[in-house]
Structures are given as C-alpha cells and as structure tokens.
Design a binder for this molecule. Structure first.
Ligand SMILES: Nc1ncnc2c1ncn2[C@@H]1O[C@H](COP(=O)(O)OP(=O)(O)OP(=O)(O)O)[C@@H](O)[C@H]1O
Ligand SMILES: [Mg+2]
Length: 232
C-alpha cells in the first residue's frame, strides 16, 4: 500500500535520511524503531509531506505522493498523528474533531463525530472540555481521533506512547490494534516492547539508515539488535 523507496532527506545542509526504504502492506501494523534522533520523525514527516525527499520516491497505492502538499496527501487518505500531538488548546474536544472532518471514503465505515464519541467513551465524557485542559493520555487519544476524522485509509502514528503511564500505553495498544482491522498503520516508537507487541513487522533505523528489518518476532528474538539499537 505504502512504499518508501530510497529517500534522502535534508534539513538545510544537514543530511538526515540517507536512503531509507520501507513498505507497508494493506492491513498491516508495521513499526519503525530506533533511538533518539535516529530519523523516525523525519521519515514520518517525509511521508505526510512536511519534509519531502530530495531524492527517492514515496508511493501510496502506486500513486506518487512525494513532493505533494500535506493537505493533498491527507485528502488522498493519509492520517498523521504527530509526536507532539498538536491539539488545539483553545478548542473543545468536540471542536478539535470537527475541524478535521473530511468526507467518508468509499468502502470504509465513515468516521463521524458520533462514531468517534461512540468508540472513544473517554472523549465523549470530555466533549466540552478545552484541548489544553486534557492530560497527556487524553490528548493522545484525541490526536488519534482527530486523525480518524479525516477518514484515512493509512495512518502514521509518531511515538504514541511517549511520556505516558503504562496503563494508558496499554489502552493505546488496544485502540491501535482495533483500528488496524480497518486502517493500515505505520507506528514509530522508541518503546520497542510496545511496538513489537502490536505490529507484525518492523524496521530499525539508525543514523538515517534502515539497519534491520524483519518480523516482529524476529526482532524480539534478536538480542544483538535489541541491545545495539533498541535498549534504552
Ligand atoms: N528541524 C530540524 N532541523 C535540523 N535537524 C533536525 C531537525 N529535526 C530533527 N533534526 C535532526 O535529524 C535527526 C533525526 O531526527 P528525528 O527527529 O527524525 O529523530 P527521531 O528518531 O524521531 O528521534 P526521537 O526518538 O527523539 O523522536 C537528528 O539528528 C535530529 O537532530
Ligand atoms: Mg521523533
């Protein structure tokens, strides 16, 4: 479904992604693992369109999306949940969702405000609360819900667990697993234990290059990779 082919990405003169390739098949949850500064966020931002590759190509269902503006990629069906969540602090929970609503997609059960509140009772209880008043975990759930409001068929989740308590992380794991029944997902994480539990395959990135790829089971069982690139 998504194919990233040998992308080279810079911040100014700084050469950050040095030929990253990965793919995600329809229906999969794939994880992108790596330590601090490895290039996970840059890869996600490159896919959605904030940091287009200088070289290389990204396709969604065989359609080239690299070089296109973010809003067009969102309209094509990519949802993006950024690392820092970017909740609108002065809008209510309901308004945060409403501003992101896009028409339903053929062949998918539509995400409407009502469906979101049905499926996320936590948010229903907070419906009129301001975004800025939510806890980190509540903001993360809202950030996911807001991405769903765009009716994506492919979802990018950048470090959903960061800074959250174990009980919230567990809840997010359930949410993401459930979503994968209808949406294909790429999740970037430093928390390898979490990511490998919910994904079927994974890539390890280090210094802007993919240094390992395999099934999640292979990654769990690979002590060398675990200690070199994933141990915190
Ligand atoms: N806006 C920027 N300008 C210049 N360099 C940047 C910028 N953002 C990130 N970098 C650099 O690019 C490299 C990759 O960063 P990136 O944020 O993609 O890593 P990451 O794997 O997401 O890390 P983390 O786990 O901390 O989120 C790092 O060396 C970082 O310092
Ligand atoms: Mg990051």
């Amino acid at each position: 479904m998504l194919s990233v082919d040998d992308i080279h990405v810079y911040y100014g003169e700084s050469y950050v992604l040095q030929g990253v390739s990965l793919h995600v098949n329809q229906g999969e949850i794939v994880c992108l693992l790596g330590r601090n500064g490895a290039g996970k966020t840059t890869t996600m931002r490159s896919i959605i369109g904030y940091n287009p590759p200088r070289k290389g190509q990204i396709t969604l269902d065989d359609r080239v999306i690299s070089g296109r503006p973010v809003y067009e990629n969102v309209r094509q069906g990519i949802g993006f949940v950024p690392e820092d969540r970017r909740i609108f602090p002065l809008l209510t929970v309901e308004e945060n969702i409403e501003v992101a609503l896009l028409p339903p997609r053929e062949g998918f059960t539509p995400w409407t405000s009502e469906r979101i509140f049905d499926e996320f009772p936590l948010l229903a209880r907070l419906r009129t609360r301001l975004g800025g008043e939510l806890s980190g975990g509540e903001q993360q759930v809202l950030a996911i819900a807001r991405a769903l409001a765009g009716n994506p068929r492919f979802l990018l989740l950048d470090e959903p667990c960061e800074g959250l308590a174990p009980v919230i992380v567990e809840m997010l794991g359930e949410i993401i697993t459930n979503l994968s029944k209808e949406i294909t997902i790429l999740v970037a994480e430093q928390n390898a234990r979490f990511a490998l539990k919910i994904s079927s395959r994974g890539y390890v990135i280090d210094k802007g290059k993919v240094c390992y790829e395999g099934t999640s089971r292979e990654l769990v069982e690979n002590d060398d990779i675990q200690c070199r690139y994933l141990a915190v």
